[in-house]
Design a protein around this ligand. Structure first.
Ligand SMILES: C[S@@+](CC[C@H](N)C(=O)[O-])C[C@H]1O[C@@H](n2cnc3c(N)ncnc32)[C@H](O)[C@@H]1O
Length: 408
């Protein structure tokens, strides 16, 4: 399950991520985290050298310009007509893949469904203009600018700024105007403060990029966000994870969700450079903040216990002592903590556990919740989606039905 979920969320939150596996949305964190990757990349680059063709060997579809302004094997490729327009600073191979990838199928909410306003202590933010329902897609976008990650780190600052300015100037006027409204004074600052991590070529060398989505980046951080984001290749999707009434702010989490209060503050200060003023951090009275940390600790302990029991002897059947109500308790803790953005694995395991113990009604209920949560958090390509649909429809016909009872 863990593997499946991680494979399909190339850059998305998962409760299975460890605390040191940092956010897709934290450029400074990425920089520290990236050091080893960069060393590896340089080693790999040597091995792959013979395989790389020159950037101009890749024939891009019509309306694409480039390669131009090359540094080593990285060049600028631009297209004014691709959706909102796109500038890529990358290899010929990745430009070719990106140029041939589909434009997101839905733009998301109608523009009147939300508005931008100033939030005390946070700058601008986005707000609901009508009730936004759980499961609604807020935005589905491709990046308007994507820069290969090691190039962003390695380029001489002046050359980098000049290159980024050219890339931005090549965007259509309306897109450029949205780009410029992102926080940050220089183009480099804007990339640093607003980018999301994209992996554009699987595990291949040079795959890691920083992508800019100017509308998405108007969303502020909240430790208990009402919006979840997931990224698959070029497509960035934001989805509502609970109903949001008109006037409420639309927020995502920039950091790992199940983190203790003090650690969240430290991460946001160190990696993002701001003191978090979300309600969970700034206005929660100490007893409530302590209770919240207590629930996070309970979640971690229960998850470890369940994982150990279920995977004992390397098989889901093997563990002694697993009880279905353990996962019911876990779901309760997640909901009490308003961690609505991270429910898919918990519902999936709860459904499986109840099915394994032959509890038809609860297996159905949790499987139906798992289906909805997987669609929100992972998308329609989620590996467990079909299995959970089958479990919700016919628990007795599912592979997991009664196996725990039989194993006893
Ligand atoms: C990607 S931008 C979000 C939009 C930004 N507020 C704007 O005006 O465009 C990230 C920046 O917003 C501010 N911010 C976001 N969430 C915040 C929070 N929970 N508390 C305080 N500042 C926050 C910080 O200045 C942060 O560096």
């Amino acid at each position: 399950l863990q593997e499946n979920i991680e494979k399909h969320t190339t850059c998305s939150w998962s409760p299975f991520l460890r605390e040191d596996q940092l956010s897709c949305a934290a450029p400074k964190a990425k920089r520290q985290h990236e050091t080893n990757v960069r060393d590896n990349t340089q080693k790999l680059e040597k091995n792959y050298d013979g395989l790389y063709q020159s950037p101009s060997d890749y024939k891009l579809p019509p309306f694409w310009k480039g390669p131009e302004k090359c540094f080593r094997k990285f060049c600028l490729f631009t297209n004014q007509d691709h959706g909102e327009g796109m500038s890529l600073i990358t290899t010929g191979r990745i430009a070719y893949l990106a140029a041939n990838s589909p434009i997101p199928s839905t733009p998301g909410l109608e523009p009147t469904a939300y508005y931008e306003a100033e939030v005390p202590g946070k700058g601008a933010g986005l707000f609901a203009n009508r009730t936004i329902r759980k499961g609604e897609i807020i935005f589905q976008r491709h990046p308007v600018l994507a820069v290969q990650f090691t190039l962003h780190l390695d380029l001489d600052p002046q050359a980098r700024e000049e290159l980024y300015q050219v890339a931005i100037n090549r965007l259509p006027e309306a897109t450029r105007a949205r780009f410029v409204r992102q926080i940050g004074t220089t183009a480099y600052d804007k990339v640093e403060q607003n980018a999301f991590r994209l992996f554009l070529d699987g595990d291949h060398t040079h795959s890691s990029h920083l992508g800019l989505f100017p509308e998405v980046s108007k969303m502020n951080h909240d430790c208990r966000p009402n919006i979840h984001y997931r990224i698959a290749n070029l497509t960035h999707t934001t989805v509502a994870v609970r109903d949001t009434p008109p006037g409420d702010e639309l927020t995502v989490s920039y950091i790992y969700g199940k983190t203790l209060h003090a650690d969240r503050q430290t991460q946001l200060r160190n990696y993002w450079g701001f003191n978090c003023t979300c309600s969970q951090c700034s206005t929660l009275p100490t007893p409530k903040a302590d209770a919240s940390d207590g629930r996070i600790r309970q979640i971690r302990a229960l998850e470890n216990e369940i994982e150990t029991l279920l995977t004992a002897q390397g098989t889901i059947k093997g563990g002694e002592g697993a009880r279905p109500e353990m996962n019911g308790a876990l779901v309760g803790l997640y909901l009490a903590e308003r961690l609505d953005a991270y429910l898919a694995p918990t519902y999936t395991r709860a459904a499986l556990l109840h099915s394994m113990f032959g509890d038809e009604e609860r297996a159905r209920v949790f499987a139906a919740e798992a289906v909805a949560a997987l669609e929100r958090e992972v998308g329609l390509m989620a590996m467990d989606l079909e299995s959970m649909r089958r479990l919700a429809g016919d628990p007795r016909g599912h592979w997991s039905w009664g196996i725990r009872v039989a194993a006893n």
